[in-house]
Design a binder for this molecule. Structure first.
Ligand SMILES: Cc1cc2nc3c(=O)[nH]c(=O)nc-3n(C[C@H](O)[C@H](O)[C@H](O)COP(=O)(O)O)c2cc1C
Length: 197
């Protein structure tokens, strides 16, 4: 069931769809960038699987995540931009919190396909969570930690039969305004996801 995300509401995500019948070796063999997407939205269980794989809580006993982060800062937030609106992934609650309504997909990148991808993830680092590090360290670790999240997304897409591409070509300042980021939050990268054409 393809589910439209209600733009003004928090959304409790269902149990994540995790393709357990695909081996890591198969996922690595299939991992690739793709820039053409079918128009239909992701079903909610698949979106839940995508986000849990990206940086969900995989050890509830200590709230650690599927992606590592320097000093366990967990400074990367995943914003989810769809035709309906903008949400931010709340990993602790396996939920989506609303940011804005409307179709802002085109603002997540500088390439045409971005506006057509059903889901654009934006990986945002919150420098306030890295307060005791130098600026150089924060830049380095934010980029590294976002890359782990992006690779988890790539591998989930490879396993689940989804098309995906990570993107550095982004107008970060304009997108920060669209996402309503605080001054300490920085857009690191974006990632388009959808069913293949
Ligand atoms: C840090 C980074 C930034 C990238 N930025 C873009 C981008 O802005 N737009 C795009 O279409 N692809 C982007 N890519 C995807 C690369 O072009 C792609 O990974 C590369 O051509 C290799 O293809 P493959 O991923 O299928 O192996 C980026 C990849 C990385 C790792």
């Amino acid at each position: 069931m393809a589910t439209a995300l209600r733009p003004h509401e928090s959304i409790a995500l269902p149990a994540p769809r995790l393709p357990r019948d695909v081996s890591l070796a198969e996922a690595l063999e299939r991992r690739a960038s793709a820039r053409e997407f079918a128009g239909r939205p992701l079903d909610l269980a698949t979106l839940a699987g995508l986000l849990w794989s990206a940086c969900g809580v995989n050890r509830p006993q200590n709230a650690h995540r599927t992606a590592p982060s320097a000093r366990n800062w967990q400074e990367i937030d995943v914003y989810v931009v769809t035709a309906e609106g903008i949400h931010v992934y709340d990993a602790a609650r396996q939920a989506l919190r609303p940011i804005d309504s409307g179709d802002h997909r085109a603002a997540t990148g500088l390439q045409d396909y971005v506006a057509r991808a059903p889901v654009n993830l934006v990986l945002v680092a919150d420098y306030a969570r890295m307060a005791d590090a130098s600026n150089e360290s924060r830049n380095l670790y934010a980029a590294m930690d976002a890359a782990f999240v992006a690779q988890n997304v790539y591998l989930y897409c490879a396993a689940a039969g989804l098309a995906c591409v990570v993107r550095g070509l982004v107008d970060r300042e304009a997108l920060a305004r669209v996402l309503r980021l605080a001054p300490a939050q920085r857009v690191i990268a974006a990632q388009s996801v959808g069913y293949p054409l």
